[in-house]
Structures are given as structure tokens and as C-alpha cells.
Design a protein. Structure first.
Length: 108
């Protein structure tokens, strides 16, 4: 598995490539918009594709993304444990209710 430095280098090179591509796209779209107006549709499609990922994440470093992923995984574990605890508590409460209903039946 790659080290964090390697991942950060890849992220930085990806940002540079993205910047270069965005400059080319802007030039291409300005030329295409003059020709037939299809550039607007391409821009909307690109926005939809990039819109799926939060811009804050796109601009974050690899280290920040890894930390955020770890935090989310920890939150998921905590929520799973809480869910299990509540499920167990619900089962206990249902047992108590059944026992109390039986006691009520017996006392009648």
C-alpha cells in the first residue's frame, strides 16, 4: 500500500492536472459556445458529475480525507453499538412487559 506521502503527491499532481484540464475546457467551451451552443449542455453534465462529491472534499488534502474517513468509521461503530444496546434494552423491556401481563392475568 502506498505511503501517505505518495498519496499526497498523487493528489497534488491530480490537482495540477485538473487545473490544466479546466483551463483547456474553458477554452474549448468558449469556442464551442460560439459554434452551436452545445457547450452549455456539456458544462451542466460536468457539474452534475462533480456535484456528487462535496467541493470541500475535492479541495482537501489526502491526509484530511483519511482523517475524516477514520472519524466517520468511528462514528459508525459507536452508532452500531448504540443500536445493539437499544435493541437489547428493547428485548428486556418486552420481557418485563410480558411478565407483568402474566402477573396481571394471575391476579385476576
Amino acid at each position: 500500500m502506498s505511503s501517505l506521502e505518495d498519496l499526497e503527491d498523487l493528489a497534488q499532481s491530480g490537482e495540477q492536472d485538473r487545473d490544466d484540464n479546466s483551463k483547456k475546457d474553458k477554452e474549448d467551451t468558449s469556442n464551442a459556445a460560439d459554434k452551436d451552443g452545445d457547450a452549455e449542455m456539456k458544462d451542466l453534465e460536468e457539474e452534475k458529475k462533480e456535484g456528487d462529491i462535496d467541493p470541500e472534499i475535492l479541495n482537501s488534502s489526502t491526509h484530511d480525507i483519511v482523517n475524516r474517513r477514520r472519524l466517520l468509521e468511528n462514528e459508525i461503530l459507536v452508532m452500531k453499538r448504540e443500536f445493539q444496546r437499544l435493541g437489547h434494552e428493547k428485548e428486556n423491556m418486552n420481557k418485563r412487559i410480558d411478565e407483568n401481563l402474566e402477573k396481571i392475568e394471575n391476579n385476576r
